[in-house]
Design a protein around this ligand. Structure first.
Ligand SMILES: Nc1nc2c(ncn2[C@@H]2O[C@H](COP(=O)(O)OP(=O)(O)OP(=O)(O)O)[C@@H](O)[C@H]2O)c(=O)[nH]1
Length: 447
């Protein structure tokens, strides 16, 4: 072999080696790019595992499936290149993690929380009231003027047993002792109580003679005057719910279970909003699970926001926070719905006193409205006495007057407590709360 041939062979081998080297490099790069693409897919999954708590809030379910172990304590391997066989069963068991078990309440996920569980899922489950439609529109509110007149038909039951009964007896002409006994009985049955009944019968006897009553029209006028007079028409019945000294008015709504506190608070918010006022609601009824939801619903219907606490939270702290936020936001009125509680539970009554004291650290309490259920008759009076001892009751709201024949409780409660009935509830409708006007009320009773 000549040396020239040898050189050509060496050159050919060198060229072949060079080509092989270049090809190897190119192939190797291609493989890396390809790997990088897969890596680009998988780490995205891995990244969602890490941020799963956030992504799942948007309703993503695939992120949960990337969690190797479905127990909430297991930390997902976020550094993994997400090898396909690490993908677990795509339908993991739902994680049990009731909100009630969580200790933190500030809205931040707690250690071990599984963000797949909506943080408020349990609370939503206990809502017992109709919630407003989405993007709720502010509702039309009936004008408050003349409401008692418009709702007078609701007093039908009291009217037939009390008003019509008295008119029938008085209009019958000369009254013998039996008739006077019947008048007394009618007043007592309607829950006016012995004291007021005596007072009314004495006034009727005297004025029947002095006025020379002859006709049924005159008898009606006499009855109207005497009954209206017994309702202390001179009492100031304005609800102290307007702001003063640059601070919102604070109204506490108190009363025993089920008398209609939350409903009244909601109705009153409507009255204020209709008057062009801004209102903030405080859901200090932390004893009854759905009370805060109920109040919030009332609020959202009129565009008032609600301050609420965790279930079982200290009612005083919720009330305090509500008033604080009301002052900061510069609203006109803060209405605080308190827990319904039995007056026999002294400890709970103490707590109501505490609510008032704590609120007073923020702003003066302008009005304490005691809500009484008219259908409970004398029992309402017993409640009123206990509440009056604990908090300085400044006004009474008598609810459910539409469902009772015992409208006479209005007379008794004012005389007993020396506190005016300021509002009356005449139905479950949103605008079935009326100002109490003695003359109009008596008119409605007499038909
Ligand atoms: N007929 C009638 N029902 C009323 C009136 N006011 C309230 N109610 C009803 O009474 C029931 C109890 O009312 P709530 O407002 O939940 O009573 P509450 O005092 O807040 O109850 P607790 O939170 O358990 O203490 C509800 O069904 C109301 O719709 C009224 O004036 N007339």
């Amino acid at each position: 072999m000549s040396s020239t041939t040898l050189i050509w062979i060496i050159v050919a081998v060198a060229v072949l080696l060079a080509v092989a080297l270049v090809t190897g490099v190119v192939l190797s790069r291609k493989r890396r790019i390809s790997l990088a693409e897969r890596k680009g897919d998988e780490p995205v999954k891995g990244a969602y595992q890490a941020g799963g708590g956030i992504s799942l809030a948007g309703g993503r379910t695939d992120a949960t499936t990337a969690v190797p172990d479905t127990t909430p304590d297991t930390t997902p391997d976020t550094t993994s290149d997400a090898v396909p066989d690490e993908v677990p069963d795509p339908t993991p068991e739902p994680v049990e993690h009731p909100v009630a078990d969580r200790t933190e309440v500030d809205g931040q996920p707690g250690v071990g929380d599984d963000a797949a569980v909506p943080r408020d899922s349990v609370k939503r489950g206990i809502v017992e009231v109709d919630l407003p439609d989405e993007a709720s529109e502010i509702e039309e509110i009936e004008p408050t003027a003349g409401r008692l007149e418009r709702l007078r038909g609701r007093l039908a039951r009291s009217r037939s047993t009390f008003g019509q009964g008295l008119l029938g007896l008085l209009g019958a002409g000369d009254l013998d002792e039996d008739s006077w006994t019947d008048i007394e009985d009618t007043l007592l049955v309607a829950d006016l109580g012995a004291g007021i009944t005596d007072q009314i019968v004495t006034a009727l006897r005297a004025q029947l003679v002095s006025r020379g009553v002859r006709t049924s029209e005159q008898a009606r006028a006499l009855l109207k005057d005497v009954l209206t007079e017994s309702l202390y028409p001179e009492m100031d019945r304005s609800v102290r719910a307007l702001p003063h000294s640059g601070k919102p008015a604070v109204v506490l709504v108190v009363g025993v279970n089920g008398v209609g506190k939350t409903t009244t608070t909601g109705k009153l918010a409507r009255v204020l909003v209709a008057d062009g006022r801004t209102v903030l609601l405080g859901a200090a009824d932390t004893f009854r699970a759905a009370a805060a939801d109920q109040l919030e619903t009332w609020g959202s219907r009129v565009g008032a926001s609600t301050v609420r606490g965790a279930e079982g939270a200290d009612p005083a702290s919720v009330a305090f926070e509500a008033v604080k936020q009301g002052v900061t936001a510069g609203v006109d009125t803060v209405l605080v719905d308190t827990a319904g509680r039995l007056h026999t539970k002294t400890g709970l009554m103490d707590e109501l006193g505490k609510v008032k004291r704590v609120v007073e650290k923020q702003a003066e309490v302008d009005e304490v409205l005691l809500v009484l259920d008219a259908t409970t008759g004398q029992n309402g009076l017993t409640q009123a006495r206990v509440f009056a001892e604990v908090v300085n009751v400044t006004g009474i709201v008598l609810t459910k007057l539409d469902g009772t024949a015992k409208g006479g409780i209005v007379f008794q409660v004012q005389r007993e407590l020396g506190v005016p009935v300021k509002l009356v509830g005449l139905g479950e409708g949103a605008d079935d709360l009326a100002p109490f006007e003695p003359a109009a009320f008596v008119d409605a009773l007499l038909g």
